[in-house]
Structures are given as C-alpha cells and as structure tokens.
Write a protein that binds this ligand. Structure first.
Ligand code: HEM
Length: 390
C-alpha cells in the first residue's frame, strides 16, 4: 500500500478489514475508523502529538547539516507540543483568529476573489494558480497583521517544506528542499528579531527565538497551503455535481458544500500521534511508543457515522462531526477562517461564472504527500458570454 497515494478504496478496505493496521514499510499504525480516530485525538494524556511535524522520509546527515547550519529547528510549539507551554502559545495565535477578526476579513476575501475571477481570460483556465494559490496566503498575512511579504517566495518556501516533511523525496531533492526550508526559517528569525508592532512577529517578542521561529514556520505553512488545497478540492468536487453547483447561490449552500468536502475529501488527509502507553483500539493491542497515522480522510467516509458517505449531501445533519480539523486540545485554530474563505470564494465564483464547468471529467493529478492530498489543478471552461460580461 502506497501511503502517499491512498484513495477512497484503500481507505474503505482499511476501515472494513484492518481498522488498526501496522504498515510494514514505515512502521506507522494506520487508524481509520471514526470512533478510534476521535478517541485518540480526544485523549492527549495517552496520545502525544510530538511526532506531528517529524519528516516521514528520514533526512540524511548531510541534509541535516544544511538545516543545522541555518539554525533550523522545530521545537514543540503548537501542533507538535504536548507540554505545558502549548496553551499560552496557542492563546497568542488565537488572539489573531477570534470570530470577530475572521468575520472582518470577509470583504478582503471577496475582493481578492473578484479580482482573480475578473482576470480569467479563458476559454480554459486552471483555478489552482488563477484563484486558489495565492489568495489564502494574502488573507493569512492580513489576519496576522503582517505586510511586505513576497507571496511567490512564501509559496515556494511552503510547498518545499510540505514536501520535505511529508513527501518521499530523493536525497538530492531533500538537499534542495532543505535549502529552501532553511532560508525560510532564517527569514522568519530576522523578521521576529526586528519586530516592533503588535503583529504576529511582534507578539512573539518575549518568546524564546527558536520557539517563535518554529511556531511561525508551522503557522505560515499550515495556515495557507491547506486552504489552497481545500479550494481546489471544493471546486473539483462541486463542478462534478451540476445539481449542487446550480444551488451554490442559495443561502447557506456554499457553507454546507464546503463542510461536505471537508468531510469526504479533507486536504489534511492524515495526522500523527504517539501512544504513550499500551492501548487497545478496535480490539487491536497497540504497544507503547507506537506512531499512529490517523486517517482523517477515511474517518470522514465511515458509514457508521455518515450514511452514504461518498455522496456530497449538503443537508447532512451531522456534517460537522468530521475530523478534518482534528479534535480536542489541538483543534485547528484556523478552521473558521478556512471555512469562510472557501465559502466566499465558491459563492463569488458561482456568481461570476454560473455556467462554469470542468474542462475534463478525468481525475486531476493529485498532491501525494503523507498528510496532504488535493487536486493539483482544476481546469475549467469559462462560458464565452460570461467572459465578455465583465
Ligand atoms: C482547510 C484548511 C485547514 C485544514 C484542513 C486544517 C487542518 C488541521 C489539522 C488536522 C490540525 C491538527 C489538529 C489536531 O491535532 O487535533 C490543525 C492544527 C492547526 N491548524 Fe489547521 N487546518 C486548516 C487551515 C488552517 C488555517 C487557515 C490556520 C491559521 C490561520 C490553521 C492553523 C492551525 C494551527 C495553529 C494548528 C495547531 C493548533 C494546536 O496545536 O493547538 N489551520 N489544522
């Protein structure tokens, strides 16, 4: 089984036949039923998050030296922090993402979406670069009060980091990716040291610099790459269902569609924990120290919780029980922002191009990383009349 390319059939087979399964290649224990995944996330005492950001493909010594020379490190801060410092660091970031602050970003999101939609020339366009790629990064930086960032550079740094930690790169490629990750980390360190105001860098002034840089490194990657992936997943899914697409302009439907895509096709497809003591999950004994790979994607299609799981069903009463944003102490701090962005961009797109359709029914190429899975392109056909009616 290729853990980098698991599809819905693999996940179904795991859930039904081997809900707690040790993968020989990686030594990871794959946990795929909703009840088990939720139970693990809900119990930080018995399941520690320390391995959340560990490179799945071991980094060879010469590449580690590149990182060490640049002062790169990822100490426990947020997602990988099971210690007592977690709550305070989480509180610092949460201050930038209160419901009121997220709501206030709606006009910016809508404006950014409209600008990009107006620039589409067609007849065929790829919504990934044209709409989904940069918008979440611009919104995240606005949320954090940070300006003056080279967005293409941030995207290059962050896609390199995802591949280095969650991909399966060759040693030569790891060398290249580590150079980029190191550059990003050094840039963050300089910016935090020079910070004066009340932006994200400024509020971390009193946090040890290694922790502050590690926190920003995670946040500025996770806080926007995932939303880019979600936008691609949403468009790919909804444009395959003409009835649903037709309804996207009805009140609440864009939000409901986004929720269903999060459930069925979550961009963060897996997340990791370590068992701190021997445990039993779905009747299977798991030893202390086991590294668990929680199949967030598989859990969202578990028929024990979601009947007819393969169907996007916007009126599903328990839609929000999915685990796409995790659960419990480490529940995603950006869930509200990601939901808002996806719903606003979807609605703006429906309004601007009501007859939009996929250029091909074929499945698109997919980002195939251990924990991130989403379409790499969303090629669409713009309706000729709509193109003229700017
Ligand atoms: C569709 C988009 C996103 C998805 C699917 C997603 C998913 C996740 C998941 C699965 C976790 C781990 C939760 C756990 O361990 O229980 C997480 C944590 C986190 N996410 Fe997100 N995320 C998204 C967007 C964002 C955004 C936009 C931000 C910031 C603006 C963000 C910030 C964070 C932070 C700070 C954590 C760590 C929280 C902690 O450990 O206390 N995420 N996210």
């Amino acid at each position: 089984m290729d853990l980098f390319q698991l599809d819905s059939d693999d996940l179904r087979s795991l859930r039904e036949n081997a809900p707690v399964h040790r993968d020989e290649g990686t030594g990871l224990w794959l946990v795929s039923r909703h009840a088990d995944v939720r139970a693990v996330l809900a119990d930080p005492g018995r399941f520690h998050p320390d391995n959340a950001l560990t490179a799945i493909t071991p980094i060879p010594r010469p590449v580690l030296r590149v990182l060490a020379r640049a002062g790169f490190s990822l100490p426990p801060t947020l997602a990988n922090n099971g210690t007592a410092t977690h709550a305070a660091l989480r509180g610092l970031v949460a201050g930038f993402l209160t419901p009121a602050r997220v709501r206030a970003l709606r006009p910016l999101i809508a404006e950014l979406a409209r600008e990009r939609l107006d620039a589409l020339t067609g007849p065929v366009a790829d919504l990934h670069p044209a709409l989904a790629r940069d918008l979440p990064a611009i919104v995240l930086l606005a949320a954090m009060g940070i300006d003056d960032v080279d967005i293409p550079k941030l995207k290059a740094w962050s896609t390199a980091s995802l591949e280095l930690f969650w991909g399966n790169p060759s040693p030569e490629r790891q060398h290249e990716l580590a150079g980029s990750a190191a550059e990003f980390h050094q840039w963050l360190t300089r910016r935090i040291r020079a910070a004066r105001g009340a932006d994200l860098f400024g509020v971390l002034r009193d946090v040890p610099i290694r922790d502050a840089a590690g926190l920003c490194y995670f946040l500025l990657v996770a806080g926007q790459e995932t939303t880019t992936q979600l936008l691609c997943a949403v468009f790919d899914a909804v444009l395959r269902d003409r009835e649903l697409w037709a309804r996207v302009d009805e009140p609440g439907v864009a939000e409901d569609v986004v929720e269903e895509v999060l459930r069925r096709d979550p961009p963060v497809s897996t997340w990791r924990r370590i068992a701190a003591e021997p445990v039993v999950l779905s009747g299977v004994p798991v030893p202390a120290g086991a590294h668990l790979l929680l199949m967030l994607a598989g859990s969202g299609s578990d028929p024990a919780v979601f009947p007819e799981p393969d169907r996007l069903c916007p009126a599903r009463p328990n839609a929000r029980r999915h685990l796409a944003f995790g659960y419990g102490r480490h529940f995603c701090l950006g869930a509200g922002l990601a939901r808002l962005e996806a719903a606003v961009v979807l609605r703006e797109t429906r309004e601007r191009f009501p007859s939009l359709r996929l250029a091909s029914a074929e499945r698109p190429p997919m980002l195939g990383l251990l924990s991130f899975r989403a379409p790499l392109s969303v090629r669409v056909v713009l309706h000729a009349d709509e193109r003229l009616a700017v």
